[in-house]
Ligand binder design. Structure first.
Ligand code: GDP
Length: 443
């Protein structure tokens, strides 16, 4: 397989990569000479099939398993032009390579046992890192921080399982005290609970804080999103119910990375398409870390707002009164929060935006700064670790209640199976598709 590894556009250097058993053969045909040594750079011409020189290049060959993918590989460093890199790629394809899919180089590294799934995820996190802190977490994980801890837990559970099995099979001769088994499992539980209690901070630092703007149709949600993004990505119109899907963007406020979504206006409706958008909006709102509940100063608090308030009342929300430019006296608006939380803005003019940003920071600061920073950096990792810990807790409960050791062993096996999914020792193609779909081609 082959792909251009550098971003599309003009630059000093472009890199085209080949990976697979035939990569040396294909590359040698293109440079019309033998690659004499692995992991060494050579200078030469790159020829097309008619013998014309496409570019002067540097190239390097790597032999399995000492390469990024764990397979034979060749990298060609050419002049960084859109056409040059494209022509080199086409030449590779003409000579029998096929185009790589998103993240396929890293996927092969995983499938060839070069990295586990946590490290594969960290490759993407390094590429996407938007703060020093998230970059550091990702690099630590690529170096094996979280994988090492998880492998330690796995080893401890395998040791416990063997003690249990020995007791079950040879109980008459070798009887491992239940107390010893309990203590071993209890140590794992303490470690996992501690990790999990700090997990959210790692995820927020790595993937950003999620913010959803909710409100009835026409209250100014898209206008506010555009204001916040300082770019026109959301559709702004006068017809209520236009934002039928969820529109997302990313911003940084005082160093905190937010992923913002503008959702469909929530209201009672019989329109089937609009209903789907509203359901998505409600789902988005329920999953967001913080909500902007947008209200219209010109109408005051209406029944439609009450309907939305009932849906979001348990969430972390800020009431924000928009279109304040049309109001003569702000005191005429009856605030909905008892705690002076209401913010007044004009999305159209930008008035009040600083107050809103200050309030947002105040609301999300605890998510980012409280407690230790754990190296759990994705929801996938968090979900598996939760399930591991549940099984471990069940095992402790079974021991406490004097259940037979067979029952305890089932819980430990379940925990191990979940750990294997986390590390990628146990995986489905769908899971890999899901993870690697977010990578760029050539990585
Ligand atoms: P959405 O349906 O909630 O996304 O609302 P839009 O962002 O599409 O805005 C609906 C209408 O309100 C548009 O005509 C906007 O120009 C107008 N609008 C939005 N914000 C303001 C504001 O702060 N002041 C005024 N006067 N009009 C606004």
């Amino acid at each position: 397989m082959a792909a251009i590894a550098t971003p599309p556009g003009v630059g000093a250097i472009g890199i085209v990569r080949l990976s697979g058993a035939k990569s040396w053969e294909i590359a040698q045909l293109c440079v019309q000479r033998a690659i004499k040594e692995e992991r060494k750079m050579f200078y030469g011409n790159f020829y097309d099939s008619d013998g014309n020189v496409i570019d002067e290049v540097i190239f390097a060959g790597f032999k399995a398993p000492r390469s990024y993918t764990g397979e034979d590989m060749v990298e060609v460093y050419c002049h960084g032009g859109v056409l040059i890199t494209q022509k080199i790629l086409e030449e590779f394809l003409r000579k029998g390579a096929r185009l790589a899919k998103n993240g396929e180089f890293t996927r092969r590294a995983f499938l060839n046992g070069k990295i586990d799934l946590i490290k594969a995820e960290s490759v993407l996190q390094i590429i996407e890192a938007k703060s020093e802190e998230s970059l550091k977490l990702a690099i630590d994980n690529l170096k094996g921080k979280l994988s090492g801890e998880i492998t330690g837990v796995r080893k401890a559970l395998i040791d416990v399982l063997s003690k249990i099995e020995v007791s079950i099979d040879y109980g008459d001769d070798i009887d491992v005290p239940r107390e010893e088994i309990f203590n071993d499992i209890s140590n794992v539980e303490k470690f996992l609970s501690e990790k999990l209690s700090h997990a959210n901070r790692g995820i927020h630092v790595s993937t950003g804080v999620t913010l959803a703007i909710v409100g009835k149709p026409n209250v100014g949600k898209s206008t506010l999103l555009n204001r916040l993004l300082v770019e026109d990505r959301a559709i702004v119109t006068d017809i209520p119910g236009t934002t039928r899907d969820v529109i997302k963007g990313e911003i940084k406020i005082k160093g905190i990375h937010f992923v913002i979504s503008d959702t469909a206006g929530i209201r009672h409706t019989d329109d089937i398409v609009e209903k789907i958008g509203i359901e998505k909006a409600i789902r988005e709102a329920s999953q967001a870390d913080v909500l902007i509940f947008l209200l219209d100063s010109t109408t005051g608090f209406t029944q439609e707002d009450e309907y939305i308030l009932q849906i979001i009342k348990e969430s972390n929300f800020i009431p924000v009164w928009n279109k304040i430019d049309k109001i003569e006296n702000v005191d005429s608006i009856s605030k909905i929060s008892q705690t002076d939380n209401d913010v007044f803005v004009s999305a159209a003019s930008g008035y009040g935006l600083r107050d809103l940003e200050d309030k947002l920071i105040e609301k999300v600061k605890p998510l980012i700064t409280d407690g230790h920073l754990s190296h759990i950096t994705s929801k996938r990792q968090l979900e598996h670790l939760h399930l591991v810990n549940e099984s471990v807790k069940r095992a402790l409960k079974s021991l406490n209640e004097n259940y037979p050791l067979d029952i305890v062993s089932i819980d430990i096996r379940n925990a191990l199976s979940e750990l294997d999914k986390l590390l990628g020792r146990n995986f489905t193609e769908d899971l890999l598709d899901n993870i690697f779909a977010n990578f760029c081609v050539g990585k």
